[in-house]
Design a protein around this ligand. Structure first.
Ligand code: MGD
Ligand code: MGD
Ligand code: SF4
Ligand code: MO
Length: 742
């Protein structure tokens, strides 16, 4: 037997295959971290189709975080000003179940909320949906994906009739033109970027366009960087469409045969001539024309996007406007082309499959759809009508629900909202008002633990077996290779035990996560994300598998046809929509006709700068893991604010000087990084430093919760701020070396 256990990197949505081996192997030197502690050895899995053996620094160092500052035991306290006391699981479960029942029967199931995460495995997600939406009758399950992928989900559903990124990573090496918009792929999806970069370097005819207000490492590699003003993406995209139309670079046959609503779209883009668009976006007409020429003259165009597009008050419109360009030029359903949203978290895709947002149900179904609810109720063997027809509260609705007293119980798992939610001062005040918060995490301390009444220790990556789906729809089995520390338990086991103690014994009689997965895949039968042919056993023997993957190609047509208006696309095909039939009632993809609206909070004389924010190569979100890894800490020792030299000179700010940044909602301090990588009038801060890791350097102290009306995703990427140079110094904190007392 091989000494290596195959799994998946638990960080980003690229989904790189990893192989791990134990710290001590016979006859071999023990692998150790920088403090000399033995750690598991991690290397890229060459057999994994998505990553082909490659890993970035995060995947390579993941094992170093496994034993640092873990939460080991359930802890309870009566109120937030008390100390936690250690309790048995039995007592913790009793406390939770009593509270759930009280809230359920006094305030009603809609007062119960769960806020989960794209870092759950699919089995965790699925069990949580069954508990909340099926058994408790509350659709108030939302995930941090609301802050991340919900605009992409809404955009795909509105344009194609269903969610599901249609492309695959092979397209990176088959395209003539890669159009990267609102994505810093080099730092955030490094292995996707490596594949694209290598191919781009070898093939000089292949074009790479990057649209980002910052000159990122991604932009550095591009043939054309369009440093548009934040929030002007729709202007740019409509402006490109205008030129394509003017130059006749459109696929009229495709438009006529496979789409609807083109005339409304054509009317909109008429209003986006190059002079207007260039001025609005802050770019030259020449660069705009070059971008349109690259699009129009390429046989195959692949667009890639992430948070610069999704995290916007017009996020869904932005996504649909990208898709419009593909529809207008027939760039979909063929190799090297298509609109490809890059998923952020390792299993945000699995979350979507399992129905892990407040308006979704498992199998790419919608809460509002009567037939969808009935289908799920039947598989769950619960009575018809048990699932509520009303979409539940979104992440931000849960915060406002705490403010107005309508939320009686909040259960948070695998996310750290006391850092990652917008408008943190308001978020934290709301969390302080929560009558009862359960917080289920792998680490202690995290910023959110300060707001919990109950702490539940979660088993994390490597300590539970389950499944994750990456950006290209490839499903990988993540095998457990070590025991959870002390009393930590897998998330799905915690949800299932609560379910049984609430009386749903049959519903949660799973013996292991393979059984959970098997039940879940039944709910994908005949759906666009059909995975009835995938199981733990099949993944173990056949390796990572892309969906759609129905059980037997023969039965694709029968039950599937009953549930779907159109037969799904070729089973086992790498791409969706190769037959150019979409999941809409008439089988046509829909153009979305959108005028640009711009930022929800544009700069003004009082708050003259646009603050944007995002990620750095080494760090992962709120640093629960990466902050505890020495190599990564030294790559990114402190937060900073990028300011253009012209703005810095005007304000008298010098390199490294501390700058106080104020928005209408809060303030934070960052040392200045004076750089031409950012446009004048815009500033950038990383999102990674919460209250545990630096003194007052939280990006979200400044941001606002204004959201896209369709996806309800907040505009985390832009708010208006003022800058004031100050004299004192930044304090960076270090939590990594304390050993966990619990
Ligand atoms: N190293 C690292 N990698 C990660 C993560 C991490 O924490 N660390 N997290 C993962 C997750 S969950 C996610 S969601 C992804 C996010 O991946 P990305 O979306 O690539 O990352 P961000 O840095 O948040 O934002 C991307 C870019 O959007 C730009 N932007 C800001 N405003 C606008 C605008 O109006 N228009 C356009 N076109 N661009 C704009 C920013 O300048 C920034 O460079 O990364 C994943 N990968
Ligand atoms: N300003 C600003 N804010 C943002 C963003 C931005 O670009 N700018 N991006 C948004 C986006 S896209 C995202 S995805 C969010 C991310 O924000 P968060 O979800 O808050 O970030 P993480 O630090 O990844 O938190 C994950 C938590 O899950 C825990 N964990 C890991 N594995 C497990 C497990 O198996 N079980 C359990 N129970 N816990 C586990 C980790 O210890 C960690 O505490 O931030 C959002 N907030
Ligand atoms: S690219 Fe993403 S999935 Fe791959 S090793 Fe890096 S963090 Fe992990
Ligand atoms: Mo994300």
């Amino acid at each position: 037997m091989s000494e290596f256990i195959k799994t998946l990197c638990p960080y980003c949505g690229v989904g790189c295959g990893l192989e791990v081996s134990p710290p001590a192997q016979q006859g071999k030197a023990t692998h150790r971290d920088s403090q000399g502690n033995p750690i598991w050895r991690v290397r890229g899995d060459k057999a994994h189709p998505s990553s082909q053996g490659m890993v970035c620094v995060k995947g390579a160092t993941i094992a170093e975080s496994l034993d640092k500052n873990r939460l080991h035991y359930p802890m309870v306290r009566d109120s937030l000003d008390r100390e936690f006391r250690r309790v048995s699981w039995d007592e913790a479960f009793d406390t939770i179940v009593n509270r759930l029942q009280t809230v359920r029967f006094t305030q009603g199931p809609e007062a119960i909320c769960m806020y989960g995460s794209g870092q759950f495995q699919t089995e965790d997600y699925y069990t949580a949906q069954k508990l909340m939406k099926g058994c408790l009758g509350s659709n108030n399950f939302d995930a941090n994906s609301r802050l991340c992928m919900s605009s992409a989900v809404a955009g795909y559903i509105q344009s194609f009739g269903s969610d599901g990124p249609p492309c695959c990573y092979e397209d990176l090496e088959l395209t003539d033109c890669a159009f990267l918009i609102g994505t810093n792929t080099a730092e955030c999806h490094p292995i996707v970027f490596n594949r694209l970069e290598k191919y781009h370097r070898k093939n000089r005819k292949v074009k790479m366009i990057v649209v980002d207000p910052r000159h990122t490492p991604t932009a550095e590699a591009a043939d054309l960087h369009l440093a548009i003003r934040p929030g002007t993406d729709i202007d740019l995209l409509n402006g490109i469409a205008h030129l394509l139309m003017r130059w006749g670079h459109i696929d009229t046959m495709f438009i006529e045969d496979c789409t609807s609503n083109f005339s409304a779209y054509a009317e909109v883009i008429r209003h986006y001539p190059p002079e207007v668009v260039a001025r609005q976006c802050g770019i030259s007409i020449e660069n705009l024309e070059t971008a349109a020429r690259y699009w129009g003259e390429s046989q195959r165009v692949l667009s890639l996007w992430s948070m610069g597009v999704n995290q916007s008050s017009e996020g869904t419109a932005k996504v649909r406007t990208i898709i419009n360009l593909h529809l207008m030029t027939g760039q979909i359903g063929k190799p090297g082309s298509g609109p490809f949203s890059l998923t952020g978290q390792p299993n945000a895709m699995g979350g979507r499959e399992a129905g892990g947002l407040a308006h979704l149900l498992p199998g790419y179904r919608l809460v509002k759809n009567d037939q969808h609810r009935a289908e799920v109720e039947d598989v769950w063997k619960i009575k018809r009508g048990q699932i509520s027809a009303n979409p539940g509260l979104t992440a931000w609705d849960m915060i406002t629900g705490l403010e107005n007293g309508s939320v009686g119980l909040l259960w948070i798992a695998a996310t750290n909202p006391a850092v990652s939610m917008p408008d943190l001062e308001r978020t934290k005040k709301a969390l302080l008002r929560s009558p009862f918060t359960i917080y289920q995490d792998a680490y202690y301390p995290t910023e959110t633990a300060a707001y919990a009444h109950v702490l539940l220790p979660a088993a994390q990556w490597g300590e539970k077996t389950g499944v994750m789906t990456n950006s290209e729809r490839t499903v990988t089995l993540c095998q457990a290779f070590r025991q959870p520390p002390r009393e930590a338990k897998a998330d799905w086991e915690i949800f299932a035990e609560v379910g049984r103690r609430l009386g749903f014994v049959k519903e949660f009689s799973f013996a292991n996560s393979a059984e959970v997965y098997a039940e879940f895949t039944q709910l994908t039968r005949g759906r666009p994300c059909d995975m009835t042919g995938i199981s733990h056993e099949q993944l173990k023997t056949q390796g990572p598998t892309q969906w759609p993957h129905p059980k037997d190609e023969g039965d694709k047509g029968d039950q599937g046809a009953k549930l779907l208006p159109h037969p799904p696309h070729l089973p086992h095909s790498k791409r969706l929509y190769t037959d150019l039939r979409f999941h809409t009632p008439d089988g046509r993809a829909r153009f979305g006709a959108y005028y640009s609206k711009g930022l929800a909070e544009p700069p003004d004389p009082d708050y003259p700068f646009v603050l944007t924010n995002g990620r750095l190569y080494g760090h992962w979100h709120t640093q629960t893991r990466t902050g505890r890894i020495e190599k990564i800490r030294s790559m990114h020792p402190q937060p900073f604010i990028e300011i253009h030299p012209r703005d810095a000179a005007q304000l008298g700010i010098s390199e490294n000087q501390l700058v106080e940044v104020r928005s209408r909602r809060g303030q934070a301090n960052f040392p200045a990084k004076v750089t031409k990588a950012i446009a004048p009038g815009t500033v950038f801060v990383p999102m990674h430093w919460g209250a545990l890791w630096a003194d007052n350097a939280e990006a979200n102290a400044l941001t606002h919760p204004e959201s896209c009306p369709d996806s309800l995703q907040p505009e985390l990427k832009a708010c208006a701020v003022q800058l004031i140079p100050v004299a004192h110094k930044m304090v960076v904190k270090n939590y990594q070396l304390q050993s966990s007392q619990w």
